[in-house]
Ligand binder design. Structure first.
Ligand SMILES: Nc1nc2c(c(=O)[nH]1)N[C@H]1C(S)=C(S)[C@@H](COP(=O)(O)O)O[C@H]1N2
Ligand SMILES: [Mo]
Length: 325
């Protein structure tokens, strides 16, 4: 059977932020006192219990965030339905089709983030409080998975450098270790003890302070869907996608290089740096090209995933490191 699927470049960009049209109405409603709002409902009726139970997202007013035009794409945006239904989130299973599981099982409120290790004063902070301290904006970024597929999406969120500044690391801290939640009741795959849960990733403090390093809290002009790593995930577009750890609960500053989930699980194939390079093959496949999500097109992969002007300098002095695995 032949199914005609629209290709990525057939999607008009305006489809990427369908919510934009609701924005003005939502801001209008948010500005009204509760009494006025109740009175404005048909017949002054009160909300039924079910509607009250589905609490509105307290960060909804932040989206869509103003786009930072500095970060431009060389290709059309991936359609929202592809980026939000084709996912890697092993906590919910190894298939790409985990979006429903993640939406149903992951609870993101309350959500506490620990900032600890080599910082002036370790602390924990609720996500809804943390985001109010951060400069939220939208950025269009490419994303290249080590499995040789890619997408281009509008993230919203804040520069990781702002989080580092809030953390006040000691001068001796060299790395930041980040962890995903650990709760096998929520994520049944975490019962599989042969995987090194929780999912863990790391960056150098210098990488985290690079302007490209971004903490994503939104996608397509809305709070980020659970399956994409709610309520906050990393986006480091010059590295293979597995570095972009989802649903983060801790940022730990350390002088010791952290071991990431994939390094522990399969160290012969995945390393700490994981910078994109089409000339360095994965042991089992070529990295020269990538399949553009939502299409059957293969396009050439670029070194640093095309972000060399921002990041190549970070690695210029490094000798003897496996920068591209
Ligand atoms: N906690 C966690 N984070 C994760 C993963 C995962 O399995 N668990 N997969 C990684 C991989 S391999 C990729 S390609 C991206 C996928 O992000 P997306 O589903 O938003 O496209 O998330 C990364 N972050
Ligand atoms: Mo990936």
């Amino acid at each position: 059977m032949l199914i005609k699927r629209p290709r990525g470049w057939e999607m008009p960009e305006r489809l990427a932020t369908p919510e934009a049209v609701y924005r003005d109405r939502r801001r209008f409603l948010a500005g009204l006192p509760a009494v006025a709002l109740a009175a404005s409902l048909p017949g002054g009726m009160l909300l039924p219990a079910a509607a009250r139970a589905a609490a509105p997202d307290p960060t909804a007013d932040l989206y869509p965030a103003k786009r930072n035009e500095k970060y431009v794409l060389d290709r059309p945006l991936t359609a929202e339905k592809h980026a939000t239904t084709y996912n890697n989130f092993y906590e919910f299973g190894t298939s790409k089709d985990i979006w429903k599981e993640a939406q149903e099982r992951l609870k993101i409120r309350p959500w506490t983030v620990a900032i600890d290790g080599m910082v002036e004063k370790p602390f924990s902070i609720g996500f809804d409080e943390l985001i109010r301290k951060m400069p939220v904006e939208e950025r269009l970024y490419r994303h290249r998975c080590v499995e040789a597929w890619s997408m281009a999406v509008p993230w919203s969120g804040f520069p990781m450098a702002a989080l580092v500044a809030l953390a006040k690391p000691l001068g001796s801290a060299k790395y930041i270790e980040m962890k995903t939640f650990l709760d096998p009741k929520v994520a049944p795959a975490q019962k599989q003890s042969w995987y090194p849960w929780p999912y863990t990733e790391g960056l150098t403090v210098a990488e985290a302070n690079n302007e490209l390093a971004f903490i994503a809290t939104g996608l397509y002009g809305k709070p980020i869907p659970h399956q994409n790593g709610a309520p906050l995930r990393l986006a480091v577009p010059w590295k293979y996608g597995f570095k972009s750890v989802k649903s983060i609960v801790s940022f730990t500053f350390t002088e010791k290089r952290p071991k990431s989930y994939w390094e522990v699980a399969q160290g012969a194939e995945y390393g700490f740096w994981a910078n994109v390079n089409p000339a360095v093959s994965h042991p089992r496949w070529s990295q020269a090209k990538e399949r553009v999500l939502g299409t059957s097109e293969q396009v050439p992969t670029q070194i640093w995933n095309g972000y060399g002007e921002f990041v190549a300098g970070l690695y210029a002095e490094m000798k003897g490191e496996k920068l591209f695995m």
